[in-house]
Design a protein around this ligand. Structure first.
Ligand code: PEP
Length: 247
């Protein structure tokens, strides 16, 4: 039985004044039977985690090393020190903005698992790759390259995020989402065995909103969502959590 997960990625958004969104979310969903995760910027991690018991808090990246001369970076252990339990890795914006590769994502994920974090590993094709009918090959390569051997259903979540759907308002059809999620499940079962492969939670990410959440959550092998823009306010994120809880 996979526990559903509603995860929010605040990206480079959020100030101290936005922490009251967490109070509102906690009040609205204290009895929800789903996991809720918010990944704020590093500047808010410690204060956000100190503010809530219901909502898990995560980083948006970590370094593959535990310590050292890496100006501007943050280690998995530092995220834990700030109260994080999860970390997003291999997000397409990290891949684009910072040239991160599958190897980078895998090394970071290994560090995250070693430190005791749950890694939310992102994969997804570009529009050109989809139009060239390469989606499943791309996803297959990213899964093989980005997921470390030590991963399992307890320490890893996989997020399918088509690059062309992130922040654009474009959403794949439910058939397209289902095809990729079923494919990811098959790949995980083949690599890690049926039991482990079936236990990994698979999130869909890309322009999820209150208005489309229910139909996305009805798709097979969708265990929740990774949400960017619509996670920034309790008002926008709440209907997504409610739809997940009802699914
Ligand atoms: C994301 O950044 O992971 C994301 C899915 O963003 P959005 O929901 O804004 O498309």
């Amino acid at each position: 039985m996979r526990r559903k997960l509603a995860a929010g990625n605040w990206k480079m958004n959020g100030r101290t004044s936005d922490l009251d969104q967490i109070d509102a979310l906690e009040a609205a969903h204290n009895d929800a039977d789903v996991d809720i995760l918010i990944c704020p910027p590093a500047s808010l991690l410690a204060r956000m985690s100190a503010r809530t018991t219901k909502i898990a808090v995560g980083g948006q990246d970590c370094h593959a090393a535990t310590t050292g001369a890496h100006t501007g970076d943050i280690s998995a252990d530092m995220l834990i020190d700030a109260g994080a339990t999860h970390v997003i890795l291999g997000h397409s914006e990290r891949r684009t903005d910072h040239g991160e590769t599958d190897d980078d994502a895998r090394a970071k994920a290994r560090a995250a698992l070693d430190a005791g974090l749950i890694a939310v590993i992102c994969v997804g094709e570009t529009l050109a790759e989809r139009e060239a009918a390469n989606t499943l090959d791309i996803i297959s390569g990213q899964l093989a390259g980005s997921i470390p051997d030590a991963a399992n259903g307890t320490n890893m979540v996989v997020a399918y995020e088509p690059v062309w759907a992130i922040g654009t308002g474009l959403v794949p059809s439910t058939d397209q989402i289902g095809e990729v999620h079923d494919f990811i499940r098959t790949k995980l079962e083949a690599r890690f065995g049926e039991g482990v492969g079936r236990s990994v939670r698979l999130l869909y990410g890309g322009s999820v909103k209150g208005s489309n959440a229910a139909e996305i959550f009805a798709v097979s092998n969708v265990d929740g969502a990774l949400v960017g823009g619509a996670s920034l306010t309790a008002e926008a994120f709440s209907p997504i959590i409610t739809a997940l809880d009802a699914s």
